[in-house]
Design a protein around this ligand. Structure first.
Ligand code: NAP
Length: 492
């Protein structure tokens, strides 16, 4: 599929350029704006309002003022708004995909995949809203009764990253709406346009004013800091890097906010001697190259049994060498640009460090000439254990391969990281698969698959990869409080 400049312009023109506060599109109080850049060209796509701390406070006030009435809205009404949003986003799939490809760089086909994934959170949580349950039980001594009910936690601050501009927003806004929470969304400044178009879609399907407020800004900390310290806020949900998450957890301690943290990863991808190698390579392509490797779930370290390591490396290199590196909206593009020059330099530094320490580059590894922040698919073999590429989150299309001898050694290597988001393993031995699920220190585990993301699955990590879960049955709990009512024996 190819697109003309007119297609791009039509979509960009349809995106609101202001802040969204209390149901109104408004300029920043001080009139400031910032530019959103196309990472494939380095050129400006659109200029949009740049929220100040004062705008953040207005959003806080709107979320607070709307909270009580929104919490009283019938669950079915909240569900139907979400269902209508699902239909609307699905109907606008091409526009959302063009926009995401423009501001984030991912190939159009992948962006379409994200629209389907992101929209599914709206449908999933539309189905969850009317199923928020409580319980009524008799105390063990047969006397008092215990009632347990759930209520929305209250206004939530939602902070999202740039890598999945739609799905990271719907994965938070969906359950917040379903639970009856109002929110303030602070999208990443590199890719805020998708959130603005999505907010317009929510407005068009009848989301009441004040339920969602959007404050994109070029100075995240100074705008969100006062909100996090404001006693009207009750919830903080963040997706992004571990260092920023750690700082926000510390800030949230001030008023003991309920926090959800979806942080960084360093996923091991294990290939055992009994694996179906074709399937393992297929899984590796997905786990490594989806989103150009810019995913928290991206396979970061390939740990391959020594008996199949050479063959795995050969087949993976062969497949990766056939990928087309191009602007996401170009026909047949497989690998778009990285998000910005700083990110590209960071990826390249990891490759150079591994090279210096003795790794062999069998594919890629050089920054291409020309505009945009492109980086080629890269394969590294014989990667020494002390290479930074094995301990840092790569966030690029680089596959370091290391071999192991035994299952115990593989598990030890896999767990030797402060992260614990996801692991992948390919083996035909089911018992081994189950042993791995029990012994790997991660919140998610892909067994003979390179993709675990699914709105019906609880997404999240352990160790420094986060707190809480998004999606599935667990996701809505992050936006609910439990209230226990003790009742005297009604039969006495
Ligand atoms: P980031 O730099 O931590 O930024 C994430 C968000 O936090 C952005 O909206 C950013 O705003 C904001 N932010 C930055 N500094 C802040 C501060 N001091 N106070 C409040 N907000 C602040 O992460 P990123 O580079 O956007 O995203 C990549 C990271 O996200 C990777 O580590 C990846 O693994 C992780 N991630 C995790 C998941 C998951 O579910 N576990 C999913 C996707 C991504 P600005 O844009 O204005 O800087």
């Amino acid at each position: 599929m190819s697109f003309t400049a007119a297609d791009e312009k039509r979509v960009l023109d349809s995106v609101p350029s202001q802040l969204y506060i209390a149901g109104k599109w408004v300029d920043a109080e001080n009139g400031a704006t910032f530019d959103v850049i196309d990472p494939a060209t380095g050129k400006v796509l659109k200029s949009i309002s740049d929220a100040s701390p004062a705008d953040g406070m207005k959003a806080m006030a709107a979320a607070h003022e709307t909270q009580e009435s929104w919490a009283r809205t019938a669950p079915r009404v909240r569900a139907e708004i979400l269902r209508a949003a699902f239909e609307k986003v699905t109907a606008m799939a091409d526009d959302f995909a063009i926009l995401m490809s423009l501001e984030m760089g991912k190939p159009f086909a992948e962006a379409k995949g994200e629209v389907a994934y992101g929209a599914e959170f709206l449908r999933w949580f539309s189905e969850q809203a009317p199923r928020i349950d409580g319980r009524y039980t008799t105390a063990p001594d047969g006397k008092n009764r215990l009632m347990v009910l759930k209520k929305p936690v209250g206004p939530a601050l939602l902070i999202t990253p740039w890598n999945f501009p739609l799905a990271m927003a719907t994965r938070k806004i969906g359950p917040a709406i379903a639970a009856g929470c109002t929110s303030i969304l602070k999208p990443a400044n590199l890719t805020p346009l998708t959130s603005l178009l999505f907010t317009k879609a929510l407005e068009e399907v009848g989301l009441p004013a004040g339920v969602l407020n959007v404050i994109q800004t070029s100075s995240a900390g100074s705008v969100t800091g006062p909100i996090i310290k404001d006693s009207r806020l009750r919830k903080l949900s963040f997706t992004g890097s571990t260092p920023v998450g750690q700082r926000l957890i510390a800030d949230a301690a001030h008023q003991v906010l309920k926090v959800s943290m979806e942080l960084g990863g360093n996923a091991p991808f294990l290939v055992f001697e009994d694996a179906d190698l074709d399937k393992a390579v297929e899984g590796a392509m997905l786990a490594k190259l989806r989103n150009m490797g810019e995913a928290c779930t991206a396979a970061n370290r390939f740990l391959v049994h020594e008996s199949v390591a050479d063959e795995f490396a050969k087949r993976l290199t062969d497949k990766m060498s056939k990928l087309k590196v191009a602007r996401g909206l170009e026909d047949g593009a497989n690998i778009g640009p990285l998000i910005e020059e700083k990110a590209r330099q960071g990826v390249h530094a990891l490759v150079e460090d591994a090279k210096q320490k003795g790794a062999k580059v069998v594919l890629g590894g050089e920054i291409p000439a020309g505009e945009g922040y492109f980086y080629p698919p890269t394969v590294l073999v014989n990667v020494p254990a002390n290479s930074d590429v094995l301990s840092n989150e790569i966030f690029g299309p680089v596959a370091p391969i290391v071999s192991f001898k035994t299952e115990d050694e593989a598990i030890k290597m896999a767990n030797s990281t402060e992260y614990g988001l996801v692991a992948y393993a390919f083996t035909k031995d089911l018992n081994r698969g189950l042993r791995l699920a029990e012994r790997l220190e991660t919140g998610m585990f892909g067994l003979n698959t390179g993709l675990v993301s699914n709105p019906a699955g609880p997404f999240g990590g352990v160790k420094q990869s986060g707190l809480g879960r998004e999606g599935s049955h667990e996701g809505i709990e992050e936006y609910l409080e439990t209230v226990y009512v003790g009742i005297s024996d009604p039969t006495a």
